[in-house]
Design a protein around this ligand. Structure first.
Ligand code: C2E
Ligand code: MG
Ligand code: MG
Ligand code: MG
Length: 282
């Protein structure tokens, strides 16, 4: 009898937790819809550097949202909700519009990197939306780099390939983001032409202690060289990691060691100070 009660009790607690989670999701969804219509999601910009010189070569735009009641909400939380609830299109267009407006004030040899979500790679209007935003901002497509993940290629590879090919035909570069953590096969690298490969932070963070991670990074870099793809290592937090990566022939770097994501204004100030970020001492 006791056990039965406990069992029944558990069922009740469980469903209440699910109800709370569902309510929280809906609350975030509603707040996000409102924020997107009010233009309240902002791009922050994280520098990407030439590892050998520390010179900034471009910035990755990363969406930031602070709700009046919920406070700052991480993109790791709101991007998946935006995808599931059909808000990703307008959200993405808002962030790209603001990002290209900000990037117009940068030296014009710097690129802007922008993330696309998996669901945007099954929507054949994505390319048109991007191009019309660039057109309106007077932003050269050759300065834009689209970042997509292996997951984004999985659900409908044909559709994704068409979008990628169309973007590249317009001069937009395409980077494969978070490489090494998704579930796609190396065969995708043959089917798709990527301009750049971004090595996931998971490898970089253990690089100094972990021989397997070192071998994997070296293999990825040699593959990049063979396939004519540029390379960038993500999540560099220490100078020693940057040094190792240069030794291995990695071209680009990104991470807190060089700079955290910052808003448009702070990014412009950084560029006007015209310093290379943390050149590696000799
Ligand atoms: P991502 O594209 O792989 O972006 C890199 C993430 O790593 C960013 O997290 C960045 O702040 C973080 N990061 C950079 N350097 C370091 C480091 O040295 N150490 C650590 N621990 N983290 C570092 P963030 O901004 O929270 O974004 C998370 C993810 O959300 C992004 O991963 C991207 O997949 C997605 N995302 C962000 N903005 C957008 C957007 O506008 N559109 C879409 N579709 N996705 C976005
Ligand atoms: Mg990215
Ligand atoms: Mg990444
Ligand atoms: Mg990542």
């Amino acid at each position: 009898y006791h056990a039965k009660r406990a069992g029944r009790g558990r069922v009740v607690v469980y469903s209440r937790e699910m109800e709370d989670a569902a309510k929280r999701l809906t609350r975030i969804e509603q707040a996000l819809r409102r924020a997107v219509s009010a233009g309240e999601v902002e791009p922050y910009f994280q520098p990407i550097v030439d590892l050998a010189t520390g010179q900034i070569t471009g910035f990755e735009a990363l969406a930031r949202w602070t709700d009046r009641d919920l406070g700052p909400v991480s993109p790791a939380c709101f991007i998946p909700i935006a995808e599931e609830r059909g808000i990703i299109g307008p959200l993405s267009q808002l962030v790209l519009r603001k990002a290209t407006e900000a990037a117009r004030h940068w030296p014009d040899d710097l690129f802007l990197a922008f993330n696309l979500s998996p669901s945007q790679l099954v929507d054949q209007n994505t390319g048109l939306h991007i191009l019309s935003i660039l057109d309106r901002a007077g932003f050269d497509p050759r300065r834009l780099e689209i970042e997509i993940t292996e997951t984004g290629l999985m659900s409908d590879p044909r559709s994704a390939k068409k979008i990628v090919d169309d973007l590249r035909a317009c001069g937009i570069r395409v980077a494969l983001d978070d490489f090494g953590t998704g579930q796609s096969s190396l065969g995708r690298l043959r089917e798709f032409s990527f301009d750049k490969l971004k090595i996931d932070r998971a490898f970089v963070s253990v690089l100094l202690e972990d021989k397997p991670a070192e071998h994997i990074i070296r293999a990825i870099l040699s593959m990049c060289e063979g396939l004519g793809m540029a390379s960038v290592a993500e999540g560099i937090e220490e100078e020693a990691q940057a040094r190792r990566l240069v030794e291995f022939g990695c071209e680009g770097g990104q991470g807190y060691f060089f700079g955290r994501p910052a808003n448009a204004e702070a990014t412009l100030r950084l560029l006007r100070s015209n310093k290379s970020l943390r050149p590696l001492g000799t």
